[in-house]
Design a protein around this ligand. Structure first.
Ligand code: ZN
Length: 324
């Protein structure tokens, strides 16, 4: 669906994928005679070819591109920037929290490795957790692609061009939405996906403190409810026609999922690793980083709301339901 108004044209590029995401989406936007790219898919020929074809079909050339705006740093959102930045010196706008990983900053990567190593011990993940922390650290240290030579502009401002920038962390600490007031549409990254719930992922701050990812994600959903835009253009799946209604649904689902964690804790399952193994015996080993960080975001949430308390015994956190 191409969206036209007198001053704006939005050209979605939607690449179907066979996993639960259904599609990976990014957007070419012509507005007031400037050409923007919001997000940039995966760094793969399929995405590049679709991007070049979309430019051609609408009468543009790569050189016409004025700027790239990124909703967050995940690899399914920044992929083609590696190719575009090698050809064009245009500004790439991203929130500062996305930068150290994209740049492969060694100090940050080591801090993050220590942060997760310590956390996985406290969650009772044992040697397996340590090996996973090490594996992820080594992968990041050895990543060939870096954003070192991008013309990066940090998005710590209210507007960029005439897009309102709304910080919506939780899924990623650097996630932002880009809102066009006159059209009442928002490019919302992975805050909302029409066909599935989105996870909030625990991450360290620059100083190694733990962000409360689920609380952030909930606040970000509240921001979209407040904004109440007509359409949300998502990083995955179809266009979202009533974003505020979907956001309310997602908040309810978060409460239900939190209650499921709580009832497991009430039954005496007390550590992070046991909770995840009970819920997802296969995923625990297969996508450890995803499920353990998602679970921790719920444990932090339950603790903050006073539903559970934790006690550290021999370096391991034991959760129990609060006495009411
Ligand atoms: Zn995504």
């Amino acid at each position: 669906m191409t969206l036209f108004t007198t001053n704006t044209k939005v050209i979605p590029i939607e690449i179907p994928v066979s996993n639960i995401l259904k599609s990976i989406n990014f957007y070419i936007i012509e507005r007031n005679n400037s050409l923007f790219l919001i997000d940039a898919g995966v760094n793969h020929d399929t995405y590049w070819d679709a991007f070049v074809l979309a430019l051609q079909e609408h009468g543009y050339q790569l050189n016409d591109l004025d700027a790239i705006l990124l909703t967050h740093h995940h690899p399914d959102h920044v992929g083609l920037v590696y190719r575009i930045a090698a050809l064009l010196n245009i500004p790439v706008y991203i929130h500062p929290y996305g930068l150290p990983k994209l740049k492969g900053d060694h100090e940050y990567l080591y801090m993050s490795y220590m942060f997760f190593g310590d956390l996985f011990n406290k969650l009772n993940c044992g040697d397996f957790g340590q090996a996973e922390a090490k594996r992820v650290y080594n992968n990041r240290l050895n990543q060939r692609e870096t954003a070192i030579d991008w013309n990066i502009q940090e998005l710590n401002r209210q507007t960029v061009f005439d897009f309102d920038v709304i910080h919506i962390p939780g899924h990623a600490p650097d996630q932002v939405a880009f809102y066009l007031e006159d059209l009442d549409i928002v490019f919302s990254g992975d805050l909302l996906i029409e066909h599935q719930a989105v996870s909030a992922f625990t991450e360290p701050t620059f100083h190694g403190k733990r962000m409360k990812a689920l609380q952030q994600h909930r606040q970000s959903l509240e921001k979209i409810i407040q904004l109440n835009p007509k359409l949300a253009l998502s990083g995955h799946g179809t266009v979202i026609k009533e974003p505020a209604i979907l956001a309310k649904k997602r908040l309810d689902a978060i409460d239900k999922k939190a209650k499921r964690f709580l009832s497991m804790i009430e039954k005496g399952i007390s550590t992070g690793s046991e909770l995840v193994k009970q819920r997802h015996p296969v995923k625990y080993e297969k996508i450890f980083y995803t499920v353990i960080r998602d679970a921790l975001s719920f444990l932090d949430y339950l603790e903050d709301t006073g539903a559970v308390e934790k006690e550290e015994v021999n370096g391991i956190w034991h959760y129990k339901a609060s006495q009411t």
